[in-house]
Every structure is written in structure tokens, then in C-alpha cells.
Write a protein that binds this ligand. Structure first.
Ligand SMILES: NC(=O)c1ccc[n+]([C@@H]2O[C@H](COP(=O)([O-])OP(=O)(O)OC[C@H]3O[C@@H](n4cnc5c(N)ncnc54)[C@H](O)[C@@H]3O)[C@@H](O)[C@H]2O)c1
Length: 252
């Protein structure tokens, strides 16, 4: 990381994205923070981030973010934490559900990685977000989300290969695959899936914890620590990896 350059953090209004932006700011790293929810950007703005509210699921919204990037110090990092989940019985998923979740998760990750190629002109690091759901099926109500996360793992590898040896230096591209992390997204999973399965929230929570060998969930700041590590020089020989940080849920 370079204190004269910016780390762009998407999804900075909540959960892991917000924790990451706050940790970077605490360490003196300039941050350009973005989210679709303008009000949610208050805490990171108060901590010193430059902020822009925009919808990353469409090209015009992404273009606004790219214009804001071009309007400030050059980027050294990109954290693609914005994400959306639609929870619906797999037989009831609509084409709109499918397209909107792919647009927010996979399309935005792909095209923001693409935009960085000509902007991180002297090296840098990109961190995308995959999920254990890319590798095993526990919640069929999240089938579309899971498919976007599998897509993001491969988008990560493709850009890692494309950016490994650029004239200005490598842009490293890795993904974090967080296990169950206590964020508003997780809370929605518990609320909505318990109702659709006709079981209590506590029962669902217990069933999900049983899939975690370490038998605990993680606070967002724990994931933020791994993101900051992936951005840092300590990880300078690592690219194209999907890092499982999940209490042992996925061991491959
Ligand atoms: N929480 C977990 O257990 C978990 C596990 C595996 C992967 N992940 C991934 O980690 C990332 C962060 O998840 P989280 O749990 O912090 O979620 P979260 O819901 O708390 O935060 C996601 C943020 O993305 C923003 N966002 C949604 N759609 C957007 C759009 N179209 N444009 C711009 N911003 C948009 C939301 O407003 C929200 O602030 C996501 O990619 C998620 O898929 C989370």
C-alpha cells in the first residue's frame, strides 16, 4: 500500500466493506468509499474517507465511480466488497432476480477490475469477494448468489493472469472467501431462510454453525484484517488466489 495513493472500497456502507474502510483509514491509508446507500456512508466519511454514492450494478453508476477515482490521487488498491443476495426457493427465482444479483456481484467486480488495468499504473492490489457457497451447497435459496461467487473466483484468476506482468509492475488480484461473518447480509439470511423453511432463527443458526469446524462466526473486522493483508506488501508474491477464511468450512 502507498499512503500517497487511494484504496477504493465498494460496499463501504455496511459489514465487511465498512470495517475494511475504517481499518485502512485508521492506518493512515486514503480511502475512496462507495455504496449504493448514501446515508450508510456517514461513518466512513466521518473517519476521513472521500465518499461517493452510486449503483455499481449498472455501467453508468460504475462510470461515476471511475470518474471520482480519476478525480483524486491514483489508486493503489480496490476492494470489491459490494454485494447482494436474493433468498428465494430455487424453483421461484425470476429472470430479474438472476440478472440483478449477477449485475451487482459479478458484473461490477469484472468491470471494476477491468477499469483498474489502466489506472493502477505502477502496481497495486485488488481484493474480490467469493464465498464458501461457490464450492458447496448449504442454502439452495441462495443459488443465484452462489453462482455469482463461483463466477467471481474465476474472474479473479483471469484478471490475476492478465495483470501479472504489466509494464508498470504487477497488479495482484486475489479474492477473500469469508465464512459466516456477522453482518446485515448474514442477518437477512437467518431471518428470511428460517421463515421460508418454517423453522426458528435459532434452529437455522445452529444448523449453520454445525457446518463450521471451529463452531463460531466471525466479526467483520476479522475479515477486514485479511483484506488489508492481501492489499499489503506482505502478500506481494500472491496472486490469483481465493483465500478461505472460514473456520475450516472449506479446506480446498
Ligand atoms: N457476511 C458473510 O457471511 C459473507 C460470507 C461470504 C461472502 N461475503 C461477501 O462479502 C461481501 C460483503 O458482505 P457483507 O456481509 O458485508 O454484506 P452487507 O450486506 O453488510 O454489505 C454489502 C454492501 O453492499 C452494498 N451494495 C449492494 N448493492 C449495491 C450496488 N448495486 N451498488 C453499490 N453498493 C451496493 C450494500 O448497500 C451494502 O452496504 C459481499 O460480497 C458478500 O457477498 C459475505
Amino acid at each position: 500500500m502507498d499512503p500517497m495513493r487511494t484504496v477504493v472500497v465498494t460496499g463501504a456502507g455496511s459489514g465487511i466493506g465498512q470495517a475494511t474502510a475504517l481499518l485502512l483509514l485508521e492506518r493512515g491509508q486514503p480511502v475512496l468509499a462507495t455504496d449504493i446507500a448514501a446515508d450508510a456512508l456517514g461513518p466512513v466519511a466521518d473517519a476521513g474517507a472521500r465518499v461517493i454514492a452510486t449503483d455499481l450494478s449498472d455501467a453508468a453508476g460504475r462510470a461515476r465511480l471511475v470518474a471520482a477515482i480519476d478525480d483524486g490521487p491514483p489508486p493503489t488498491g480496490l476492494v470489491n466488497a459490494a454485494g447482494r443476495i436474493v433468498l428465494r426457493p430455487i424453483t421461484e427465482v425470476s429472470v430479474d432476480d438472476f440478472r440483478s444479483v449477477f449485475a451487482t456481484n459479478a458484473e461490477s467486480t469484472f468491470f471494476l477490475c477491468q477499469a483498474m488495468g489502466s489506472r493502477m499504473t505502477s502496481g497495486g492490489s485488488i481484493v474480490n469477494f467469493s464465498s464458501p457457497s461457490a464450492k458447496f451447497v448449504a442454502t439452495t435459496e441462495a443459488a443465484v448468489y452462489a453462482a455469482t461467487k463461483a463466477a467471481i473466483s474465476q474472474v479473479t484468476r483471469s484478471f490475476a493472469m492478465a495483470y501479472a506482468d504489466l509494464p508498470g509492475g504487477s497488479i495482484r488480484v486475489n479474492a477473500l472467501s469469508p465464512g459466516i461473518t456477522d453482518t446485515p447480509m448474514q442477518s437477512r439470511v437467518l431471518d428470511e431462510v428460517s421463515v421460508s423453511r418454517g423453522i426458528s432463527r435459532a434452529q437455522l443458526e445452529e444448523g449453520r454453525l454445525a457446518t463450521v469446524p471451529m463452531r463460531r462466526t466471525a466479526p467483520p473486522v476479522e475479515m477486514a484484517g485479511w483484506v488489508v493483508w492481501l492489499l499489503s506488501d506482505a502478500a506481494r508474491y500472491m496472486t490469483g488466489q481465493v483465500l478461505n477464511v472460514d473456520g475450516g468450512m472449506v479446506m480446498w
